[in-house]
Design a protein around this ligand. Sequence first.
Ligand SMILES: Cc1cc2nc3c(=O)[nH]c(=O)nc-3n(C[C@H](O)[C@H](O)[C@H](O)COP(=O)(O)O)c2cc1C
Length: 213
Amino acid sequence: MPRLLRIDASYEANGSVSRGLTGVFAEAWRSRGDGHTVIQRDLRTDPVPHLTHAALHWASEETPPADESHREAAQAQRALVAELLSADVLLLGAPMYNYSLPSTLKAWLDQVHVRGLTSPAEEDTQPLRGRTAVIVTTRGTVHGLGTANEDRDHVVPPLELILGEEFGMEVHVVMVGRTLSTSIAALAPERSAFEAERDAAAARLTALAGSLA
Ligand SMILES: Cc1cc2nc3c(=O)[nH]c(=O)nc-3n(C[C@H](O)[C@H](O)[C@H](O)COP(=O)(O)O)c2cc1C
């Protein structure tokens, strides 16, 4: 059964643009029928723990748990890794906060990037190689080429490095800026540009969800 793992990280309870867009993708995925299922994790209401032992960055065969708290943390980590490995497609809602990833999403990434298990260590271990990851990233302002914020995006580059290079996934990035134009008066002139970007993103996500093998 083709399975989508949808992870949202917006701190917004209502009206999150990224959550709206990951919802569009998930609905388009589900509407394909034929057993297309969605596992949903919202890190706002259901955050994962931060790593408590540096050894958890390596597969446990190399660094067996040293004590009970390490063992429990390793067990929790294994469940998160298993959830990721069970998915054919990964969908992340990744807003920009302080030029960077939501801390909750960073905690999830720290949990699932395990050398020798999800990324290569001695061996070329990449169980996710060839699978698809879709990153939906939102930001209040504009961060494209030629803007003052051109080099200030610390959301997409680490996700592309870990998911794309370390895990070997095929990464698609869908970005929407100017989201604060709906709530900050000084940015109101940007509102129609934001709406056009958001609608184009929704159309792209619908098409992508319908076309992934
Ligand atoms: C704590 C915090 C930090 C933010 N930092 C930035 C930032 O560095 N750059 C930016 O363009 N927007 C920033 N924003 C605006 C969010 O990126 C924007 O509201 C985005 O739409 C959030 O995603 P969401 O709509 O899915 O909740 C910040 C918002 C919050 C709450």
